[in-house]
Design a binder for this molecule. Structure first.
Ligand code: PAF
Length: 494
């Protein structure tokens, strides 16, 4: 079951959340929408009493958007011991020291407490949240990871009205003049983003604040933070940052944000041989609409060329000569297959030949080969929108990738998979302990070789795939990607 928690006052933003949760592609049997105005997340002087309560209209919109059921628990059901005696979950300080947490003490503790309780009662498989409340989304993602809750968090981009104002239940408080100011709020943030894109200079929060104040808005905060750590960061070419602000429009509090990034996202997936990298990277690329950069295929293509020209793969000078005018082309994936051409030759199948397999390590070990292919890969990745898989992608090729994963599995598990693979292809299967020993030795050689050893980047996330299905690994990669890369920055293809 898919779950969309709300506090009611449903608007277009909620409708798009419910529709996303109910899409057949989301794989849901049913979508449950809850409506509960949670007293615990309102401060003493906030708008709990006047918060919109529009249940009849909410039911209509939820149903129209695809909800299977709407659930309106009462306070007793959510906080059975009474509010004063209720259990509390506390979000870590670092996640709430900036942005809304800095001006609404206790707010996020109230949010995590109620969502924990709602999840315990509803037991959904997937939890759908809006990106508009990015800090809330991130804190809830962190809660699910850190507490090991068995639910996937999915996000949906901010929905805006025709005038650019982000949809919010609180917009209905605005009079015509305040609405204009709300529109200006969104505009000032958009302008700051455009200025960043043309200059690559980090926006000055003080200047953004002044522009907002000049428009008659009371500014609560303007901040630039890392979208996952929610701590200050310096926007530079290679990373995504969040410029977020909260303002008062009359007595109404509005929040909004923009993401700052000068190129599309890059993902680096490294790991030892036999960990299933290419299968999952291919599927991940297709799911997210990223270009798949199969660096292994590029090394194979060079090896094919070396063998084709009758050159000894160990002869560094001769191999170097082959690299002159080298052009390896990778076509976009089509039904999981990527056509490969080298210097105009179609080599998609030829590079899988056992002879190529036997020589690729020797060819790839030449520093000149690494340098030539790394430079070509970096050129291919300059605009982003790409996932690359290999041994040193996160350390040497794309050290500034938004997501770096070290995908691995224990030697025992890799030996088991290798045996299955050999059996399926009708080959003789060596004893498992022998296969395992070969894998351990290959890891040792790969990680100790002088040129481009297999390395886990300091900031890579280690994903150990023992006991996981391929789909579970791809889901895990998608969840890691979405920690920093919002749907509004890089939408999942329909
Ligand atoms: O975003 C909201 O509407 C609320 O904070 C939530 C997640 C429903 C918790 O009360």
């Amino acid at each position: 079951m898919h779950f969309v928690p709300t506090m009611g006052g449903l608007h277009h933003g909620h409708a798009s959340l419910i529709a996303a949760a109910s899409r057949p592609k989301a794989g849901a049997a049913e979508t449950l929408v809850s409506v509960f105005v949670n007293p615990l997340q309102f401060g003493a002087n906030e708008d709990f009493a006047r918060y919109p309560r529009t249940l009849e209209a909410d039911c209509e919109l939820a149903e129209l958007s695809g909800a299977s059921a709407i659930w309106c628990p009462d306070e007793q059901q959510i906080y059975p011991g009474g509010m004063a005696e209720s259990w509390r979950v506390q979000a870590p300080k670092s996640l709430q020291s900036r942005l809304c947490g800095s001006t609404r003490p206790g707010h996020f503790d109230g949010v995590v407490t109620v969502v924990c309780r709602l999840l315990a009662l509803a037991r959904p498989h997937q939890l759908f949240l809006g990106e508009k409340d990015w800090q809330q989304l991130t804190i809830l993602r962190r809660m699910v990871v850190d507490l090991g809750l068995d639910v996937r968090v999915r996000s949906v981009p901010t929905v805006r009205d025709g005038d650019g104002l982000a949809s919010s239940s609180r917009n209905r408080y605005l009079n015509a003049q305040e609405r204009q100011q709300g529109v200006l709020f969104a505009q000032v943030l958009r302008d700051a983003k455009s200025a960043f894109l043309s200059s690559s200079m980090s926006p000055d929060p003080g200047q953004v604040r002044r522009h907002l104040e000049e428009g008659g808005l009371g500014v609560e905060y303007v901040d630039v933070v890392d979208p996952w750590l929610l701590q200050p960061s310096q926007p530079h070419e290679a990373s995504i940052n969040l410029l977020a602000a909260a303002v008062r429009c009359g007595s109404t509090r509005l929040i909004d944000h923009v993401f700052l990034m000068t190129r599309s996202p890059l993902v680096a997936i490294d790991g030892p041989a036999g960990a299933g990298k290419s299968t999952v990277t291919r599927a991940f690329a297709e799911r997210l609409g990223l270009v798949y950069l199969d660096t292994g295929a590029m090394y194979r293509a060079v090896t094919w060329l070396v063998l084709e020209q009758g050159i000894d793969p160990a002869d560094s000078a001769a191999v170097d000569a082959v690299l002159r005018d080298l052009e390896v082309e990778l076509a976009p994936l089509q039904q999981g297959v990527q056509a490969v051409r080298v210097n105009g030759h179609e080599v998609t199948d030829a590079i899988r030949d056992p002879q190529v397999t036997a020589s690729v390590s020797a060819v790839a070990a030449h520093a000149c080969v690494r340098a030539a292919l790394t430079a070509q890969q970096q050129r291919m990745g300059a605009a982003g929108g790409l996932v690359a898989e290999g041994r040193d992608i996160g350390t040497a090729v794309f050290p500034d990738a938004e997501l770096k994963v070290f995908l691995t599995a224990t030697p025992k598990e890799r030996a088991r998979r290798r045996a299955l693979d050999l059996e399926e292809r009708g080959h003789e299967v060596p004893a498992l302990p022998d296969l395992e020993a070969q894998i351990v030795e290959r890891d040792r050689l790969d990680s100790t070789r002088e040129v481009a050893p297999l390395l886990q980047a300091d900031d890579a996330v280690e994903l150990i795939s023992d006991g996981m299905s391929i789909d579970q690994v791809i889901d895990a990669l998608e969840d890691l990607f979405r920690r920093r890369v919002a749907e509004e920055v890089w939408p999942t293809p329909a």
